[in-house]
Design a protein around this ligand. Structure first.
Ligand code: B12
Length: 492
């Protein structure tokens, strides 16, 4: 049986397109199990979908939705395929895990939604197709029957160490290389899935049921050799939600990197409280150059309410360690959290200004309905405009979020605070060793130029228009609201 796996177009121009690891993993797994999979990424190609279907003759089509930015693209491509071909279409990816299934299926045009991890579900579906069996009791999916949503039983997670090595030849790797902190050819990779923490805002509880699983390091190292030696990759960005679960894993990975003899830099995301100075230093010595932390709030009570469970008193020292060691450090905060007060937002601003992070990103809360915090928001009296149609999800834009405001701080004030920190980051002169002056600005310009080569004219123009509007908004928020800047002491 043949599966065509599609990454829809995403209008987000400043984020480099990430290599579709989920689809590569599904495709590799299907190919290893007697089926045939092909990936088309409409974010980095001008492929003609009708011609592709004509040539490949797929029995089933999959569309990935990693974020809401891919929603328009997914709707468009699904409609286009359905207009000429009667092939079953399945949507999957983390956006599908958080959105309302009935709405997605009713307005989106897909026949099925695959929830959470896709490999085993896809294989099951392909085998059923081959045997002429229905998908009715296929675990891990949603579909509509007589207008009513049917959610089949949860599918147990696969043993990641049993999955085949990722076959990068399923995509055109050079198209996914991005500039990051002095490295020109950085690629996303992953070594683990999930996180044991139960933060109320995070999708991990829904997608990974708070389970932390790791791939085989040996297999991962083999893939690293392919990426560095065959594709000239000079930087790896671990997109793991929690790259290191304990200190021991840092040493294992660093030993493997040192033993490989390969020359590359890398970065990862971790939680405050897991690693100490020795581990950060060890990581730096093995090529690590940047590290991301989710801090979320500067207010202790808020952190407890979010069930974040990071040791508050280690936040500042952790960034000081990163600075000493030479790691570019990023602190990510959320403002506008359901129920949040002005005083709590002030604590977050104060912390962002106090800690020695290289970059602080302060984003407004984006509604993810199936998370614990999302449920709190949806059922609060601040949810004035419940989502009725799939297009309402477009309001969940992580830059220009237009959903109802669930906090007690006026929306405009949240906008100005977010814009202020983004603007500061964009025009920060120095980042770290080997980076360029105004590194983030340089990265964004380079990303746009690299992507422009692969997009058709109209996609490029519409994305540029979005970008120009976004830049104007950030500029205006930062410069035309001195009252709010003063109120929150953003400048001092
Ligand atoms: C790379 C990445 C990005 C990239 C690109 C994302 C993209 N492609 O759209 C960038 C940097 C742009 C990004 C930005 C953001 N991201 Co992001 N990102 C990730 C990250 C770190 C890795 C994704 C990945 O490759 N995973 C590894 C592969 C193996 O897993 P997977 O992609 O999930 O695929 C599996 C399943 O989902 C499923 N599946 C996937 N596709 C399909 C398709 C079919 C047909 C089927 C059947 C199954 C299926 O099977 C796959 C294999 O098991 C995830 C966290 C994570 N580790 O997953 C967050 C994550 C997806 N991002 C998240 C968030 C919140 C954001 C931001 C809002 C953060 C912010 N405030 O800036 C922005 C918004 C992006 C936007 N433009 O709107 C959230 C959730 C997003 C959501 N849908 O609600 C995640 C889950 C992190 C989290 N735990 O909260 N992100």
């Amino acid at each position: 049986m043949k599966a065509l796996l599609i990454v829809p177009f995403s209008s987000d121009l400043i984020h480099a397109v990430s290599v579709p690891l989920g689809l590569i993993s599904i495709g590799t797994y299907l190919n290893a199990n007697g089926h045939e999979a092909k990936i088309i990424d409409l974010s980095v190609s001008r492929a003609n979908i009708h011609r592709e279907i004509q040539e490949f003759q797929p029995d089933i089509v999959g569309v990935t939705l990693g974020s809401v930015k891919q929603l328009n693209g997914a709707l468009h491509i699904t409609k286009k395929i359905k207009s000429r071909h009667s092939i079953p279409i399945v949507w999957g990816g983390s956006f599908c895990d958080t959105a309302d299934g009935t709405m997605l299926l009713r307005d989106g045009g897909a026949d099925y939604i695959s929830l959470s991890e896709g490999e085993a579900t896809w294989l099951d579906m392909m085998n059923r197709l081959q045997a002429g069996e229905s998908f009715d009791d296929c675990a891990g999916i949603e579909y509509l029957k007589g207008g009513k949503l049917v959610v089949t039983q949860n599918r147990p997670f696969v043993d990641l160490t049993k999955l085949p090595e990722l076959d990068y030849s399923l995509v055109d790797v050079p198209r996914y290389k991005q500039y990051l902190y002095g490295c020109n050819n950085v690629i996303y990779v992953y070594l683990s899935k999930g996180c044991p923490a139960k933060c109320t805002f995070c999708l991990n509880a829904v997608s990974h049921r708070c389970q932390y699983r790791r791939r085989s390091l040996e297999q991962f190292m083999h893939e690293t050799h392919v990426l560095v030696e065959k594709y000239d990759v000079d930087g790896l960005y671990f997109c793991d939600e929690l790259c290191f679960f304990n200190k021991q894993q840092v040493y294992e990975v660093c030993d493997a990197f040192d033993a490989s003899g390969l020359d590359f830099r890398w970065g990862f995301q971790t939680r405050v409280g897991i690693l100490g100075e020795e581990e950060f230093q060890r990581a730096y010595d093995s090529g690590a150059r940047w590290v991301d932390f989710g801090i979320e709030s500067g207010n202790k009570e808020r952190l407890e309410k979010m069930n974040k469970k990071i040791p508050y008193d280690r936040i500042e020292p952790t960034f000081e360690i990163c600075e000493r060691v030479g790691l570019v450090s990023m602190a990510n905060f959320i403002i506008g959290i359901p129920g949040e007060t002005e005083a709590q937002v002030r604590d977050t601003i104060a912390m962002a200004k106090r800690i020695h992070a290289t970059q602080c990103s302060v984003f407004k809360y984006c509604l993810a309905p199936k998370t614990e915090m999302g449920q709190e928001a949806v059922h609060s009296d601040k949810m004035k405009h419940p989502f009725k149609k799939i297009k309402d999800y477009r309001k969940v834009d992580f830059y220009l979020n237009r959903t109802d405001n669930f906090s007690n701080v006026p929306r405009k004030e949240l906008d100005v605070i977010q814009s202020y920190f983004l603007w500061q980051a964009l025009f920060r002169k120095e980042y770290g060793e080997k980076t360029r002056p105004f590194d983030l600005f340089y990265k964004h310009v380079l990303t746009i130029m690299r992507r422009a080569r692969f997009l058709n004219f109209s996609s490029f123009i519409s994305s540029m228009a979005e970008l120009v509007y976004l830049s104007f908004r950030f500029f205006a928020d930062t410069h035309f609201h001195p009252g709010i800047v003063k109120k929150y002491e953003l400048k001092s």
